[in-house]
Ligand binder design. Structure first.
Ligand SMILES: Nc1ncnc2c1ncn2[C@@H]1O[C@H](COP(=O)(O)OP(=O)(O)OP(=O)(O)O)[C@@H](O)[C@H]1O
Length: 308
């Protein structure tokens, strides 16, 4: 990675009395995929629009590739940005190919890319159909294709998998990887946490316009000290032995059911639990350790805020 390509310093955006973005500092490294998550109204789209120079910050500064988004010189940088808005407006009477050619002309991108991009997003068969006949997922694919016009340096994708079927979602993330491999930096939002948790390099959690947490999924798990969960299969006759084996470890909860047991414990006790379980020998027939999901991390942060 070659240093931050996006620098956000003290960014604030107010709409009248509403503070949509409330003092965000954020560096996004060149070539990384950053997932921006947060509840409805957390400020994700507003932050996107400020990073794209579409709306000016009320206070603070945002630089893309070293250039302030408010400066006249940013026009040139903007040509190298791709943006998929949350609700992309498309001209219903244009075909998919005409739509891309139209946007290519606006962006000064090579017209010759259009056919290949339609093919890449799985729309070659519908290139000459009017957009009004497209399904929701097809419109989303077309929106993604227009964001890729001109091989952008940076891609901002606001809820890009909205309306895509599971295969479409898999193909979409494959394309994201391809873009990253060619050196693009990607910032995307999603409400489907299970979907993005393994597919981004870092996550930024926004809450009430503030950046509440930033890091890899594992660093967020560490910081929050969320409990681990062991799932065991064991002989019913081993219930008592299991309870005894774990009795010396504080804060462990055990739920016993016939041939199954689940254990919740602090992350720091993981090895002590494993050592204690090894004493059960052949009475223990299977064991799975579950890490907290991004949803657990996200809800943990929301709970922290709700409690404050
Ligand atoms: N143009 C605007 N005028 C007034 N308020 C606005 C405007 N745009 C956004 N807001 C407000 O700013 C806050 C943040 O909105 P934003 O769209 O950035 O949230 P979001 O995180 O993208 O939400 P969602 O997940 O629902 O898309 C909300 O309270 C919203 O009502």
């Amino acid at each position: 990675m070659a240093g931050p390509v996006i620098e956000v310093r003290g960014a604030v955006k107010r709409f009248g009395t509403i503070v949509a973005v409330d003092g965000i500092d954020l560096d996004i490294e060149a070539g990384e995929v950053l997932g921006l998550i947060g509840r409805n109204g957390a400020g994700k789209s507003t932050l996107f629009k400020m990073m794209l120079g579409l709306i000016p910050p009320t206070a603070g500064e945002i630089r893309i590739d070293g250039c302030r988004v408010q400066d006249a010189a940013f026009r040139e940088v903007r040509r190298r940005l791709g943006y998929l808005p949350e609700n992309m407006a498309l001209y219903d009477n244009l075909t998919g190919l005409e739509t891309l050619r139209f946007i290519a002309a606006l962006k000064d991108a090579p017209r010759g890319e259009c056919g290949a991009l339609l093919e890449r997003v799985g729309l070659a068969h519908a290139a000459d159909r009017r957009v009004k006949t497209y399904s929701k997922g097809m419109r989303q694919r077309l929106g993604f294709a227009q964001a890729l016009l001109g091989r952008p340096l940076l891609l901002f994708l606001d809820e890009p998998t909205n309306g895509l079927d599971p295969e479409g979602i898999r193909e979409f993330y494959q394309l994201v990887r391809e873009q990253r491999d060619r050196g693009a930096t990607i910032v995307l939002t999603s409400h489907i946490l299970a979907e993005i948790q393994q597919r981004v390099d870092r996550l930024a959690i926004l809450n009430g316009g503030k950046l509440q947490a930033l890091g890899t999924l594992s660093s967020l798990r560490e910081t929050m000290q969320l409990p681990l969960w062991f799932e065991l299969r064991l002989a019913p006759t081993a219930h008592q032995a299991l309870t005894l084996a774990l009795a010396h470890i504080d804060g462990v909860t055990i739920d016993l059911q016939d041939e199954q047991a689940s254990i919740r414990c602090a992350r720091t006790d993981r090895m002590r639990i494993l050592a204690a379980l090894s004493g059960l020998g052949e009475q223990l027939t299977d064991l799975v350790i579950h890490e907290p999901s991004l949803e657990d991390v996200f809800l943990g942060h929301s709970d922290t805020r709700d409690a404050s």
